[in-house]
Design a binder for this molecule. Structure first.
Ligand code: 13P
Length: 337
């Protein structure tokens, strides 16, 4: 049988379950060097390996982080780095019972023949890279592709996104990594929430079709969807209850309960918005573990507090714990602002 009965099956299910544990979610710090450079520039720092290491060390050595965080997604450079005292970052995570993860896609490039849309590279050599990441301690992976509503999205772009995610998911599982499946539907545009729901349903229908066709084990994946919201330039904002209602409608129509964890991205929402929206979803009964995998919504205040100064590290780590705890409560549906 061509099933992914790889020796990793039980381990994958176990890894996914431990990432999707109650009251915890994912800290996404897998910004590529270019994106990390933009974050560092916002506080006046140069984009050097030393500065990237210092910033990631601040995040990954936050005392008590594992109470709220179950997984951390790293960029390749970070997976191989250590603290200035010589402790591997991977070991810092193990000590907090946080599963190390790795961004494995190679980024977005224009998709010829489409409506100015993009596709995600990284399948070539992915199996051998994944095996190396596993050896280094990674147990889950992330592949982010995007779909643009103002650009269409074209049938071609949606199919390419879905197929790429499914091939990546199968390759990850074959190599012991739980794949996070992330077709980000960008917030850009002035469309209303109904239109976002329609596009999200289309995208997830194709993603699950190809995941099944590639014999991916659903119990050993995690999803990273965008919340269903109006476009960023839409005339009216939606309240958390409306966002929760639309997002859960999308999940109920498209996502089998076999999937152990749904870890939302923040996608440019403010820190508090991202927490309130997650909380609202968890106040409605649902069959999944609905949680977070935030980058900006966990890091914005941390960066501002740090400013690149050693004397601010402790305060910045406290700021991280404040956001992590708030989202932990939101995962349990118990957050109040
Ligand atoms: P944001 O939470 O900043 O959208 O980033 C999450 C992420 O990792 C996108 O891939």
């Amino acid at each position: 049988l061509p099933i992914r009965a790889s020796s990793y099956k039980d381990e994958l299910v176990q890894t996914a379950k431990s990432i999707a544990s109650p009251g915890r979610g994912i800290l996404a710090i897998d910004e590529s060097n270019a994106t990390c450079g933009k974050r560092l520039a916002s506080i006046g720092l140069d984009n050097t390996e030393v500065n990237r290491q210092a910033y990631r060390q601040l995040l990954l050595t936050t005392p008590g982080l594992g109470e709220y965080i179950s997984g951390a997604i790293l960029f390749e450079e970070t997976l191989y780095q250590s603290t200035t005292d010589g402790k591997k970052f991977v070991d810092c995570l193990h000590d907090e019972n946080i599963v190390p993860g790795i961004k494995v896609d190679k980024g977005l490039v224009p998709l010829p023949g489409s409506n100015n849309e993009s596709w995600c590279q990284g399948l070539d050599g992915l199996a051998s890279r994944s095996a190396e990441y596993y050896k280094q301690g990674a147990r889950f992976a992330k592949w982010r592709t995007v779909v643009s509503i103002p650009c269409g999205p074209s049938a071609l772009a949606v199919r390419e996104a879905a197929w790429g995610l499914a091939r990546y998911a199968a390759i990850s599982q074959d190599n012991g990594l739980v794949p996070i499946v992330e077709p980000e539907i960008l917030l850009d545009g002035d469309h209303g929430i109904e239109r976002t729901l329609e596009v999200a349903e289309r995208v997830w229908a194709e993603v699950f079709y190809y995941l099944a066709e590639n014999n991916v084990v659903f119990e050993g994946i995690l999803l990273k969807p965008s919340m269903v919201t109006p476009g960023a330039e839409h005339k009216e904002k939606a309240c958390p209850e409306t966002i929760a209602k639309y997002t859960l409608t999308m999940l109920k129509r498209r996502v089998p309960p076999a999937v152990p964890g749904i870890m939302f991205l923040s996608g440019g929402q403010s820190e508090v918005e991202a927490t309130l929206n997650l909380n609202a979803m968890n106040q409605c009964p649902n069959p999944w573990h609905v949680s977070f995998s935030y980058a900006r919504a966990l890091q914005n205040t941390v960066l501002k507090t740090w400013q690149g100064r050693p004397e601010n590290v402790e305060a910045a780590q406290k700021a991280l714990l404040v956001r992590a705890k708030a989202n932990s409560l939101a995962q349990l549906g118990k957050y109040s602002a």
